[in-house]
Design a protein around this ligand. Structure first.
Ligand SMILES: Cc1ncc(COP(=O)(O)O)c(C=O)c1O
Length: 439
């Protein structure tokens, strides 16, 4: 017997090709993921990934919490738990959210396997094929992968240095409604945006909530970076203003460590009930062990002091990145984040960040091309640079290499097209003059 029959049904690489559900077509390897393999080579300075610098977390804080959990609650830690999460941890999560102005009830918190899983569960509950999710343009890559895997379309609303532009949101909603489309929710990362690095102003938070309220659109507020501010805190969370129309997502990945895989959703009561059922269907219960260790850590360690340590580390690295950009690539424009992990860079319009990437990797520096952050192919002129993981010295080396790549690329274009050099942009187009050019 040959396998000819099954090969005919599939293709040369995958005999099951024609068996997959339609939604699997949305599951494509992201550019970030493909880059991790290349960028993890030690000689490459990676400004591509978004890995927290967990070395700044003293390991004994975690080891102490782990041993106490195992000696005092070992049987519970090793057992299945509740689909909603451990009550004590849900109470402590209220203290974390209170730092961003949120007042809530522990009963409305659902612990998830990272906030990534909360994104998946919310999408599963709300998205039908053909629905629309509104999001900033650019937006978080792996949220868009989920939305597309539920066969929803992502509609990008432009941003500027104060975050999503309310007027543009109004226009997009009107256009989509006129076209008979169903908008299921607005997905937003209001504080220290991934990838844009900007923060939605307080006035815009109010306005965007009002627009969504009057159009009956749920807001999915994703806030992994809110506590990692530099000079001044971000405005309070959108959930602090609006209770019924917002599902809020938080995580311990950036303020503690992503290896625990513990995040949460805070949802209006009816949605919360469905989220628990969806969580149980997906994982039975989030990890009891991780939850208890985090709960112990929050009770005994100086967790707020540790967040300050992370802030200082990332602040120093952000400064190193901006100083290096100013020194080596003053002609470009970039955002100046007041927190989080990312700087969004705009290249001269003749350059294509995706096409340039192989040359950058050859020069031993990696970044994420802007196209990764748009569902519609935009972003060729942009790149996301992460300052969270490399040391300040390596960031400097990385930006110097990037400058070599960009100059080389422009020289090449000059040679073949005779189209000018990297002339300084007019002041009006520079970020320093307040025009970060995000869209
Ligand atoms: C905007 C955003 N949302 C969600 C996540 C997922 O985080 P986790 O699942 O580790 O909580 C990330 C991770 O980088 C992120 O940047």
């Amino acid at each position: 017997m040959t396998n000819k029959g099954s090969l005919q049904a599939g293709n040369n690489l995958d005999p099951w090709y024609h068996h997959y559900a339609e939604r699997a077509a949305g599951l494509k390897a992201s550019e970030v993921r493909a880059l991790f393999a290349v960028a993890s080579r030690p000689e490459v300075v990676s400004l591509a990934g978004g890995m927290p610098f967990v070395a700044a977390l003293p390991h004994d804080l975690v080891t102490n919490a782990m041993s106490k959990v195992m000696s005092e609650q070992g049987a519970t830690a090793l057992q299945y738990g509740s689909g909603q999460g451990i009550p004590a941890l849900r109470e402590q999560i209220l203290d974390v959210m209170a730092l961003e102005g949120i007042r809530a009830n522990a009963d409305d918190v659902v612990v998830t396997t990272g906030s990534q899983h909360a994104l998946e569960l919310v999408s599963k509950l709300f998205l039908n094929p053909g629905d629309v999710v509104l999001s900033e343009g650019p937006s978080y890559v792996t949220a868009m992968v989920i939305f597309r895997s539920y066969q929803a379309d992502v509609d990008h609303v432009p941003m500027d240095e104060d975050g999503m532009i309310p007027e543009a949101l109004r226009e997009h909603i009107a256009r989509l409604k006129a076209g008979g489309r169903t908008i299921k929710f607005l997905y937003t990362i209001p504080s220290f945006h991934n990838p844009a690095g900007v923060t939605l102003s307080w006035a815009r938070r109010l306005e965007i909530l009002e627009i969504c309220r009057s159009n009956n659109i749920l807001v999915l507020e994703d806030n992994p970076y809110g506590l990692l501010y530099f000079d001044r805190p971000a405005p309070d969370a959108m959930r602090s203003i609006e209770r019924e129309g917002v599902v809020y997502l938080g995580t311990f990945s950036k303020t503690l460590a992503p290896g625990f895989r513990v995040g949460w959703a805070l949802a209006p009561h009816a949605i919360r009930e469905k989220l628990v059922l969806a969580n149980e269907a997906a994982v039975l219960s989030p990890s009891s062990f991780s939850q208890l260790v985090i709960s112990e850590y929050l009770s005994t360690a100086d967790w707020k002091g540790q967040i300050n340590t992370f802030r200082d580390v990332y602040h120093e690295r952000k400064n190193a990145m901006l100083a290096a950009l100013q020194e080596y690539l003053p002609e470009l424009t970039w955002t100046n984040p007041n927190g989080g992990f990312y700087v969004w860079v705009t290249l001269p319009d003749r350059l294509d960040s995706k096409g340039m990437l192989p040359r950058a990797v050859k020069e031993l520096v990696a970044y994420t091309p802007g196209t990764a952050f748009f569902a519609d192919g935009a972003g060729r002129q942009n790149m996301r640079l992460s300052f969270c993981y490399p040391t300040p010295e390596n960031i400097r080396v990385g930006i110097r290499r990037l400058a070599t790549v960009i100059r080389g690329e422009l020289d090449l274009l000059d040679t073949f097209a005779g189209t000018g050099s990297l002339a300084p942009a007019p002041d009006s187009e520079r970020f320093a003059a307040g025009a970060p050019n995000i869209s």
